[in-house]
Design a protein around this ligand. Sequence first.
Ligand code: FAD
Length: 469
Amino acid sequence: MADTQFDLIIIGSGPGGYICAIRAAQLGLRTAIIEKDKTFGGTCLNVGCIPSKALLESSEHYQAVQHDLASHGVKVSKFELDLPTMLARKDKVVKQNTEGIAFLFKKNKITSFNGFGKVVAQGKVEVKYEDGKTETLTTKSICIATGSVPVELPFLKFDEKRIVSNTGALIIPQVPKKMIVVGGGVIGLELGSVWQRLGAEVTVIEYTNRLGGATDQDCMNVLKRNLEKEGMKFLLSTKVTGSKVVSDGVEVTYEALADGKATTAKADVVLVSTGRKPFSTGVGVEEMGIAKDPQGRIVIDKHYQTNVPGIYAIGDVVQGPMLAHKAEEEGVALAEMLAGKAGHVNYDTVPGVIYTHPEVATVGLTEEQCKEKGIEFNVGKFPFLANGRARAKGFTEGFVKIIADKKTDKILGAHMVGPGVSELIHEVIVCMEFGGSSEDLARSFHAHPTLSEVVREAALAVEKRARQM
Ligand code: FAD
């Protein structure tokens, strides 16, 4: 019979939960994890980060064959889209990742339970299995890592065929001729890009007058211009007010905020990507009197503990950016605290990446946020256009922008749009983690020719001494 006594039980095996479990087990805690879905890995591995990146990668190749290879002297006379193979490859990538988590649980001697977890008392968690049977486990600490789910609009109910969330958008069996994306945030732009590259006519409808929420708008303007060049259309300051599913698609009604004029457009598929909400339904939060904030997020203290002693929460179900790496770091910090160590998360250096073409990557404060906070700052900006490696690659759109404190030169933020920036952002993050200045970055070697030289030039530009412009 499986062990039912633990030091830590985690409910939910997304990046928050599984990383917390592994770190706790490494530190010698008897650890169990409960997952209600058939595979481990949560939103991120199953219907989020990983499958979306697999499709972004594949669709980028498809686009390159059509538009980019000829300029490199590579002529492809015959090519076709094999969507079933592309989707099957994505599924294989997901399977490799989710099975990898199962392997890590075994390797680290973490006991996993496939069932629905519910906190029934302090130190007691019930697992309900598919066949209706239940089992009660005992533990010193409980971690709720139950993640988030997509927000559904009352007039755009998901059927995951015509009106899809991120889950349905990853399995569309035929390229839609027309696709409407409701919401111009990260998920809408990434998944909209996939289908646009594969041939769909994509229109993004966004309520606010900007894309990407609080993301640096210089970066977003470059991205928007590029996506428009590729054929994507944007309706900003526009409100979707209704929809009607018809035999061959969905009629979507929307209004421009400026004049309230209503328009109806038809699409084969509508992707609703207006945000995600924390998920803790049925987990025992209400019964245990665990406090939530008005947004439905579980309220925690700086040790990730809820108002009920011994019950903790991390990841998308608590406040902060809904990002896998944020959930992971919280999982590590909690495990370390429970093992008597000093767990810590630096929320000033959580990166945000949009994996479009070009990519956008940001960390820390934007110029707008510095102004709001009354912080005096210097900005250094350098374009990829002046970078030899970017020219050799054949993509020179975008720039790196570094924001540094006016008095101390300490780096406060970095905002990048261009080739490979999802990787480049990390040198700035490491520098920030050590409290570094723009001069520290500027004085560090950067191999030539690399895209990372643009980061160095932007750092040099903070003190107006960029060399290659
Ligand atoms: P989740 O990953 O949501 O996991 C929660 C788990 O808990 C789920 O497996 C769920 O089944 C389980 N669960 C819930 N209730 C119970 C219960 N009662 N009993 C048992 N199990 C339960 N983030 C990034 O950082 N980078 C990206 O590129 C990125 N891309 C994304 C793309 C898309 C399309 C989407 C939708 C999200 C993306 N995200 C990305 C966000 C990222 O997926 C989430 O921030 C991350 O998964 C949150 O981790 P989590 O552990 O808090 O929750």
